[in-house]
Write a protein that binds this ligand. Structure first.
Ligand SMILES: O=P(O)(O)OC[C@H]1O[C@](O)(COP(=O)(O)O)[C@@H](O)[C@@H]1O
Length: 323
């Protein structure tokens, strides 16, 4: 993929973030998501790719736009897999909380795992711990190893986890071992990426979240030199068979970075909708301007760009795309 594509992709996440931001705190996650999806879909038409959505808003019969298998892009340019989450953290926006983003990963065709819509157990770390830990180890041991590698006391580790009742036993363990815990209300793409940003002050991300979000976070961590290990959690025989039908022969095996993102030719872009661990949210300024904060990066070069943009809203015709 040409490197210029990275800037085209960040335009798409910017527009989706701008479209969903007006819904902050209005208690309507469907409208926030619909606005982001319509804007993202419209903007994709201007991007020079022959894209196939492999992670999207759902199956063809459930989602009118950005469904799995949908073709996106101007039909000129490289054949690529596209993973999207137009609004990662719908509930966050509805409640006006932190860490909602608009997210896209693009890789050469056939290189992104087609993750089924189910939970995935995750262990995500930044560059210092990449290759040093294993999801197969008991959590206590993982924490001890992490502390040793980081030359910290266990009590000085900060671990991020989604605040969910299904994590009760993990939270008990974290408290028993004595680490600091930062709870996420939602938005575990940002959560899993956080350990790769020293300013976020997070050493590890643990716990289960969506499998599609796991692949998006793996794409980001590939660009950041971090690591995510995942294990699908099929809830019943149907979900198990679904994994197999999607080409994952042993649904319980550990998924490595390579399994989820099989190439260095991957671009990741995200724009903050509400403020988060490493990105600011959309801010409205005087003079009908809005400010966005984005990150865009390529695994090939591992260049990480933070882009602050000032948009003049009356000129954003695609913002008014129909949901
Ligand atoms: O809310 P659950 O069922 O624990 O699911 C966790 C998943 O939901 C999210 O918090 C938010 O997902 P949505 O944007 O689809 O609402 C994800 O980041 C996370 O992977």
């Amino acid at each position: 993929m040409e490197r210029e594509l990275a800037l085209e992709i960040v335009r798409v996440t910017e527009l989706a973030a701008l479209a969903s931001a007006p819904w902050m705190g209005r208690g309507d996650k469907m409208s926030a998501d619909g606005a982001a999806t319509a804007a993202m879909r419209a903007m994709f038409d201007t991007v020079s790719i022959k894209g196939t959505v492999v992670i999207g808003e759902g199956e063809m019969d459930e989602a009118p736009m950005l469904y799995i298998g949908e073709q996106v892009g101007s039909s000129q340019g490289p054949e690529v897999d596209v993973a999207v989450d137009p609004l990662e953290g719908t509930e966050i926006v509805a409640k006006g909380l932190n860490n909602a983003m608009s997210v896209i990963a693009v890789a050469n065709r056939g290189n992104l795992l087609h993750a089924p819509d189910m939970y995935m157990e995750k262990l995500a770390v930044g560059p210092e711990l990449a290759g040093k830990l294993s999801l197969t180890d008991p959590l206590e041991e993982t924490l001890r190893k992490a502390a040793t590698e980081l030359r910290k006391k266990v009590a000085d580790l900060t671990v991020m986890i989604l605040d969910r009742t299904r994590h009760e036993s993990m939270i008990k363990t974290l408290r028993k071992v004595g680490v600091r815990i930062k709870f996420l209300s939602d938005g575990d793409v940002a959560g899993a990426m956080a350990p790769a940003f020293p300013e976020a002050g997070i050493d590890l991300y643990v716990g289960s979240g969506g499998a599609p979000e796991g692949v998006l976070a793996a794409a980001a961590l590939k660009c950041l030199g971090g690591e995510l290990q995942g294990r699908l959690m099929p809830a019943d025989a149907n979900e198990y068979n679904r994994c197999v039908a999607m080409g994952i022969e042993d649904p319980y095996r550990i998924l490595t970075m390579e399994d989820m993102v099989g190439t260095d030719d991957v671009i990741f872009a995200a724009t903050g909708v509400t403020p988060g661990e490493f990105l600011g949210g959309v801010r409205y300024m005087a003079g009908q301007r809005a400010e966005t904060h984005s990150i865009v990066m390529r695994a090939k070069t591992r260049t990480v760009r933070f882009i602050r943009s000032l948009h003049y809203l009356p000129n954003k015709a695609l913002l008014r795309a129909e949901a």
